[in-house]
Design a protein around this ligand. Structure first.
Ligand code: GLU
Length: 466
């Protein structure tokens, strides 16, 4: 059997991190089996669905590298088909018209509330003849759900879950205005799209028992189900904004790489031994939905950031350049010159070894892109004592000699020479030197910085500090 999975977001907000993980698991499962991964936008709820949210979802998935096969399916466009199936069920005696008035439904709700029971439709039109219909009420179509026995789902994550059928009510398939309910549309779409595995959040597990009634009524083979646990915050509470329940674009803006986020989301609820670093090719090879744990996993920013540092170091500098460039330009409020770009390209490797996100990387590269002395942070300022300034002046004079070849090894020898002559330790020069050149007390090796900044730029900065 060819595996067909789908990701079916409701476009009522951004692609948040929990949904991104659902998409990832569907994508991995289909890729692992050489199957197909489809995207369905569940825009049936016209009031809450927005174009903006659809764009954010499509962009978020593309950014994450979770590209879908074929065309996007829009649920709302299939409303005719949903109605057709509801009428087929009606004709087969598996569904019926219900003329309950709003007042009658309210009375049922009231009674359930009083008895402390869950709110359920009482089946009042299940066996009644539509000829008895009150005038002026547009009927809904309800499924004739099983009332005896039980329904069991063999879920790939939750295991075997059984619900007594007397717990199910006759849910509405088609509203009085002829529009389908979401619960009905999902089943028709999954069937028509040939979905073999429904992998979704465990908040949908209860829906499954009711949705199975439609499969049953139509004589359709139901797909396999895998209901994956929700993501919780690091403190174990339900994920909120503070915990990281943000849209994936927020993670992009915080400087995370898609590969790192994929790896992180994969490890939330799924493991392969003790492996922490699992590149996507390995994930495709190893992933199985049956291995996803049943417990809620906890979102941990520190772990994500550590993983990101790893992927940052693994990413070729040429791929990082277009990501940091706009951030450096924003920091300097100017487009970068060819010289600035060249220095950034050369300095990239040194800075990326010390940073964990694209945002940190860009911040660490800004000093290379400037022309002239950088603004200094307080720690850097503290380095520039009168004595240090004197030493910097001597360094400038030495390096200004034409005989100093502007490469790391020669620069290092020259600066060491100054330290020796002045009878100070190298560190007493290196730190002020770093402050003068970078405006900070943390940077790549100081001789590397000198070499990349070049003679003129380095001397300008040294003299300004001296
Ligand atoms: N549209 C639903 C949601 O965004 C998913 C439904 C499903 O996967 O069956 O939660």
């Amino acid at each position: 059997m060819k595996v067909v999975t789908r990701f079916a977001p409701s476009p009522t907000g951004f692609l948040h991190i929990g949904s991104a993980r659902t998409a990832l698991f569907n994508w991995l499962y289909s890729r692992h089996h050489g199957g197909t991964y489809l995207l369905r936008i569940e825009d049936t709820d016209r009031q809450r669905s927005t174009k903006e949210a659809i764009d954010a979802i499509l962009d978020g998935l593309s950014w994450l590298g979770l590209n879908w096969d074929g065309e996007v399916v829009y649920q709302f466009a299939r409303a005719q088909r949903h109605a057709e199936v509801a009428h087929q069920l009606l004709a087969a005696g598996k569904a019926y018209y219900c003329y309950a008035t709003p007042a009658e439904l309210e009375a049922m709700r009231e009674e359930a509330r009083k008895e402390g029971k869950s709110i359920r439709y009482n089946g009042m039109w299940r066996d009644r003849d539509p000829k008895d219909a009150p005038p002026g009420v547009k009927p809904v179509i309800r499924i004739k759900a099983a009332q005896t026995g039980s329904t069991t789902v063999r879920d790939h994550v939750q295991g075997e879950v059984t619900v007594a059928n007397d717990q199910l009510d006759d849910m509405v398939l088609l509203r009085g205005d002829g529009t389908p309910t979401y619960m009905h549309a999902v089943v028709v779409d999954d069937h028509d799209m040939g979905i073999t595995h429904v992998i979704r959040g465990d908040d949908h597990l209860n829906n499954t028992f009711r949705q199975l009634q439609v499969y049953e009524g139509m004589g359709w083979q139901a797909p396999d189900f895998a209901h994956i646990p929700l993501i919780h915050g690091a403190d174990g509470a339900k994920l909120s904004k503070r915990h990281g329940a943000l849209g994936v674009e927020a993670y992009r803006d915080m400087g995370y790489l898609p590969a790192a986020l994929r790896n992180y989301l994969l490890r939330l609820g799924w493991a392969h031994g003790d492996d922490e670093i699992i590149p996507t090719e390995k994930a495709i090879e190893w992933f199985d939905i049956d291995d996803v744990g049943r417990g809620a996993s906890r979102f941990d920013f520190a772990k994500l950031t550590n993983l990101n540092a790893h992927y940052l170091r693994e990413t070729p500098d040429s791929e990082l350049l277009p990501l940091v460039r706009p951030l450096v330009e924003k920091a300097l409020e100017t487009p970068l010159s060819a010289t600035a770009l060249e220095r950034i390209a050369r300095g990239m490797n040194g800075v990326k070894q010390r940073t964990r996100t694209i945002v940190e990387l860009a911040a660490g590269l800004v000093f290379y892109a400037r022309a002239g002395a950088p603004p200094m942070d307080d720690k850097a300022k503290a380095q520039l004592t009168p004595e240090a300034r004197g030493l910097l002046a001597r360094v400038a004079t030495t390096l200004d000699q034409a005989s100093v070849d502007w490469v790391e090894s020669t620069l290092e020898a020259a600066v060491k020479d100054v330290a020796e002559t002045a009878s100070v330790k190298l560190g007493q020069i290196a730190q002020p030197l770093r402050a003068a050149l970078t405006g900070s007390t943390v940077s790549p090796g100081i001789f590397e910085v000198l070499a990349i900044l070049g003679r003129d730029e380095s001397l300008t900065r040294l003299r300004a500090a001296a």
